[in-house]
Design a protein around this ligand. Structure first.
Ligand SMILES: C[S@@+](CC[C@H](N)C(=O)[O-])C[C@H]1O[C@@H](n2cnc3c(N)ncnc32)[C@H](O)[C@@H]1O
Length: 361
């Protein structure tokens, strides 16, 4: 008897179908001992349900999929000197790791104004932060580019805020999700946009760049020593057959002959991905706009901490702080950048290249 006839029999005899007991979802099957794909990492992606699994992953110096481990938290909290009632802006909310600690420190009566331009991650983070039960009005969250932070702060806290945090670059969630196209270690669409609702993907932009333009991007955004050689190879390959996946782009770099580079081909590929990502998201332009308006965002005595991961970013922050000190818009700036402790780098390799600079209005 097939299923259809059995259903029609129970209808005709007047019996109600039995309610099915609630069953936990079946464990996902994957080839081999460990999950390989992002979507298979179901224990990591549902971290609240599997705390022991998360502790194990973190103790191996890795970041659980779908999360981000905040960097230099103690140093940032020391620098920002938050107290109950402080008003603080987190310009790069992402997973909300820093925001979670800051929200706690400003209770009661404090306010956190947080922004990020990644619509996908922002929605999930807002749900998580609101679930902590702080008063609704203590948390303002906006999907936006931090280039517009001055306008948001002027509207939400006229006269400026007590503290600002900017933690530049991409989040681990963006990096680890192959669908976002940021990582050369995972195959996915060649996209690289932090905000996929705006702009053009890396693959689309490749069609608009000449070899000379791409070489400039590789030099300016990642100090690539073989910029001309690599750019010529990428533009030629893309003109024959558009590069639409991350593995296709990485494969072209791997095939360039006579690369002279420290760190070998993998380092060259990492630099190419970094340079293109910075261009796709116009990261330096956003940072320049933000820095030019930064002093107006802070109350007198207000403090700003900026965490950067790349010499191009750090150079901009350093110059802005120095100029602000000379012109009197900053009362003091950190003499040099701070770096994470060895313990932090050992327990989280993504902290490796972090540099923290602090200024006081
Ligand atoms: C390194 S993560 C921040 C991690 C965060 N501090 C945490 O603890 O979870 C950087 C975040 O900044 C966001 N971002 C980068 N540039 C941005 C910009 N110009 N405007 C708004 N958000 C930006 C990215 O989308 C990403 O979510």
């Amino acid at each position: 008897m097939d299923e259809t006839s059995s259903e029609s029999m129970s209808e005709s005899s007047g019996e109600q179908p039995k309610p099915q007991p609630d069953r936990p979802p079946r464990r996902q099957r994957y080839a081999g001992k460990n999950p390989r794909n992002f979507s298979e990492k179901y224990k990591e992606l549902r971290s609240e349900e599997y705390p022991a699994e998360i502790v194990k992953i973190v103790s191996h110096g890795r970041t659980p999929a779908g999360t981000h481990r905040p960097i230099m938290v103690d140093e940032i909290m020391l620098a920002l000197r938050l107290v109950p009632g402080s008003i603080v802006a987190d310009c790069t909310l992402a997973y909300g790791g820093h925001s979670t600690v800051m929200l706690k420190a400003i209770q009661p009566n404090g306010r956190l104004i947080a922004m990020d331009h990644d619509p996908y991650e922002l929605a999930k983070t807002e749900l998580r932060l609101r679930s902590y039960g702080y008063p609704d009005e203590s948390l303002v969250i906006r999907r936006m580019n931090f280039a517009g932070a001055a306008q948001l702060i002027a509207a939400e806290s006229p006269g400026g805020v007590d503290a600002i945090l900017v933690d530049l670059g991409v989040s681990s969630m963006q990096l680890d999700d192959p669908d976002r196209g940021f990582s050369y270690k995972l195959d996915g669409p060649l996209d690289m946009r932090m905000n996929q609702m705006r702009g053009r993907s890396a693959s689309q932009l490749l069609s608009t760049w000449s070899a000379i333009q791409l070489a400039t991007i590789l030099t300016d955004n990642a100090d690539e020593p073989n910029a001309k050689l690599i750019a010529a190879a990428i533009v030629l390959a893309h003109s024959k057959q558009p590069l639409v996946t991350t593995f296709e782009l990485a494969a072209v770099v791997r095939c360039v002959q006579h690369l002279e580079c420290t760190g070998g081909y993998e380092s060259a590929i990492r630099r190419v991905f970094q340079a293109i990502r910075i261009e796709v998201n116009q990261e330096f332009e956003s940072l320049d706009t933000f820095l030019s308006q930064l002093p107006t965002c802070l109350k007198p005595g207000g403090r700003v901490a900026i965490l950067s991961f790349h010499s191009g970013e750090d150079r901009r922050v350093k110059q802005c702080f120095k100029k602000g000190l000379q012109q009197g818009t900053f009362a003091s700036i950190s003499k040099d950048f701070q770096v994470p402790t060895h313990e932090e780098i050992w327990s989280n390799s993504r902290a490796r290249s972090a540099k923290l600079r602090v200024a006081v209005r």
